[in-house]
Design a protein around this ligand. Structure first.
Ligand code: PMP
Length: 310
C-alpha cells in the first residue's frame, strides 16, 4: 500500500505551518465542492550544486489560467509565489533527494461563486534521484470529460475523479496507468500525464483540444526533440494507432518520461530507442548537465548541496 509522505512543514495562510496544523474547514467550498486548482512542480539537484525548479513561471501562469476559468480570485504575484516556494524549499530540502511540489489554491471562503477567497497552500515531497520504471499501460472505459462539462484545460482537483476511477480499473488489469479516451473515442491523455507515441520515426501527441491538459513538459519534450532532429507533431490519435505504435511514453512534470512496455496487453519494443534517447536528454537538461535554452531552472535555495551527484 502506498503511504503518503508527511513532510514536517506546509506553506499555508501566508507562512509555514506544521503538517498537523494544515487543515481546512469542512464548510468551505474546497471541501464541499472540491473547489481547488493546482500545479505540480518538480525541483532537481543541479549538476553544479544548487537546486532548481523547472519552468516555474509557466506553472504560475497555468495556475492563474485555471483560477481564472473557475472564477477563483488569485492576486498572488509571481514573486510572492516564488518566495512562498523558496520558504518551503529552505525548510524541507535534503541533500540527495529531489522534490515534487503541489501548489494549490483552495477556496476557503465564498458560496456558489460569490465572495470567493482562496488560500495558496504548498506541499513538498521528497523524491529519489532516478528515472521512473517502465510501465504497462491500459485503456480505460472511463472518458476524459469534454470541454463543455469539466474542461481538461483546467487543472482542478475535481478533474481527477475520473483519473482515480481509471487507475482503480487499471489496478485490476495489472496496468500501472490508463489512457483516457475523449468522447469521440480518440486518445486524450493518461490519468496524470500526457501521451506521446512514435510511428516510423515521428513523435506524435494529441493536441490539448482532444481533451488533454496543456502540458508544460510536452513543450519541453517538443523543444528537445526538435533540437535532436526528431520530427514531432501534434495531431489526433486513434486508439488503434496506439496499439500499433512503435514506442509509447507518458510525459509530465512528475512522470517526466515514463516508457511503456505494453499497451492493452500487447508488448511494445522494449528498446524504445527514440523515447529512451529523449528521456536521457530530458534528465540532462533538468539537471543542467547539458542545458537547453527552453528549459528554465529557478534556483530557490541559498544553501548548496554537499555533493548532489548527477
Ligand atoms: N495531464 C494531466 C491530467 C496531468 O495531471 C498532468 C500533470 N500535471 C499532465 C497532463 C502533464 O502536465 P505537465 O507536463 O504540465 O506536468
Amino acid at each position: 500500500m502506498t503511504k503518503l509522505q508527511e513532510p514536517k512543514y506546509v506553506y499555508m495562510g501566508g507562512g509555514l505551518r506544521s503538517w498537523d496544523e494544515a487543515t481546512l474547514h469542512i464548510g468551505c467550498e474546497a471541501v464541499t465542492r472540491s473547489l481547488n486548482v493546482f500545479e505540480g512542480l518538480k525541483g532537481y539537484w543541479q549538476a553544479a550544486g544548487p537546486f532548481g525548479i523547472v519552468q516555474l513561471r509557466y506553472h504560475y501562469e497555468r495556475l492563474r489560467r485555471s483560477a481564472r476559468l473557475l472564477h477563483i480570485p488569485f492576486d498572488t504575484t509571481f514573486y510572492e509565489y516564488q518566495g512562498a516556494l523558496a520558504l518551503l524549499v529552505e525548510a524541507l530540502l535534503e541533500p540527495d533527494r529531489d522534490m515534487w511540489f503541489r501548489t494549490t489554491l483552495y477556496a476557503v471562503e465564498g458560496h456558489w461563486g460569490e465572495d470567493t477567497v482562496a488560500d495558496l497552500v504548498i506541499t513538498g515531497y521528497h523524491q529519489e534521484m532516478r528515472a521512473p520504471d517502465p510501465i504497462a499501460l491500459g485503456v480505460s472505459t472511463w472518458r476524459r470529460s469534454p470541454d463543455t462539462s469539466l474542461p481538461a484545460r483546467i487543472k482542478a482537483g475535481s478533474n481527477y475523479q475520473v483519473a482515480r476511477l481509471a487507475r482503480m480499473e487499471g489496478r485490476v488489469l495489472g496496468c500501472q496507468d490508463m489512457v483516457l479516451l475523449n468522447h469521440s473515442g480518440r486518445v486524450a491523455e493518461a490519468t496524470g500525464s500526457c501521451i506521446v507515441m512514435v510511428r516510423e520515426g515521428v513523435i506524435y501527441t494529441p493536441p490539448a483540444t482532444e481533451g488533454a491538459l496543456e502540458s508544460i513538459t510536452l513543450d519541453i519534450v517538443e523543444a528537445l526533440a526538435k533540437s535532436m532532429d526528431i520530427p514531432f507533431a501534434r495531431r489526433p490519435i486513434d486508439r488503434t494507432e496506439l496499439l500499433v505504435a512503435d514506442e509509447i511514453a507518458l510525459c509530465g512534470t512528475l512522470a517526466e518520461l515514463i516508457l511503456v512496455t505494453s499497451i492493452e496487453g500487447l508488448p511494445l519494443n522494449g528498446e524504445a530507442p527514440l523515447l529512451r534517447a529523449l528521456q536521457a536528454r530530458y534528465f540532462r537538461a533538468v539537471r543542467n548537465i547539458e542545458p537547453h535554452p527552453f528549459v528554465e531552472l529557478s534556483v530557490l535555495n541559498s544553501r548548496k548541496a554537499a555533493g548532489p551527484g548527477a
